[in-house]
Write a protein that binds this ligand. Structure first.
Ligand code: HEC
Length: 147
């Protein structure tokens, strides 16, 4: 059993050590070399693409960074998976794009809008996700449809 004095020393010492660890880790997390946000590559086009993403309810069906609806493919790494041309074709199509059964909304985007959306996908695809993208790059929609 610890005496009262020993218990107090143990408590204060433990608190100090964990507090210092907390401060050190906070400084480390916010240091420039740990920046994974890719914010320096946010251009006007990326912002316009993000706006299109928000105002067209893409998230109602798709996920980005794992967040959103599970009806349609996860899109964080869609540039790597499908390429720019394919994505533009999907977004500019006058009829619902649905080679795999489920229907994508026929937005009929203009060339400029499709380019902005692609720039947004390029930006988000380049965020350092510590390997997360490789997990969600697997298309859940497709595997469930093929069953
Ligand atoms: C009503 C649900 C729905 C909404 C809303 C929706 N999508 Fe889709 N989208 C789909 C489905 C389903 C597919 C898969 C079609 C297929 O491959 O058969 C798809 C496919 C795609 C693809 C191709 C992905 C791939 O891996 O082949 C892209 C890119 C895409 N959508 C972007 C968008 C964007 C950008 C928006 C918003 C502007 C949006 N979608 C809104 C349902 C939706």
């Amino acid at each position: 059993m610890l005496s009262k004095k020993q218990a107090r020393t143990f408590f204060l010492g433990g608190t100090l050590v964990t507090f210092l660890a907390f401060i050190a880790l906070t400084i480390y997390s916010f240091s420039g070399s740990q920046d994974q946000t890719n914010h320096e590559n946010i251009t006007e086009a990326v912002i316009r693409g993000k706006h299109l993403w928000e105002t067209n309810n893409c998230m109602g069906c798709h996920t980005l960074l794992g967040e959103g609806g599970y009806y349609a493919p996860e899109l964080t790494k869609v540039i790597d998976r499908q390429g720019e041309g394919y994505i533009k074709a999907v977004l500019m199509s006058p009829v619902p794009w649905a080679p795999n059964g489920r229907k994508m909304v026929a937005y009929g985007f203009s060339k400029e809008e499709a380019q902005d959306m692609v720039d947004f996908f390029k930006w988000i695809g380049e965020i350092d996700l510590n390997g997360f993208g490789e997990v969600v790059g697997v298309d859940r929609t497709r595997s469930s449809l093929s069953e």
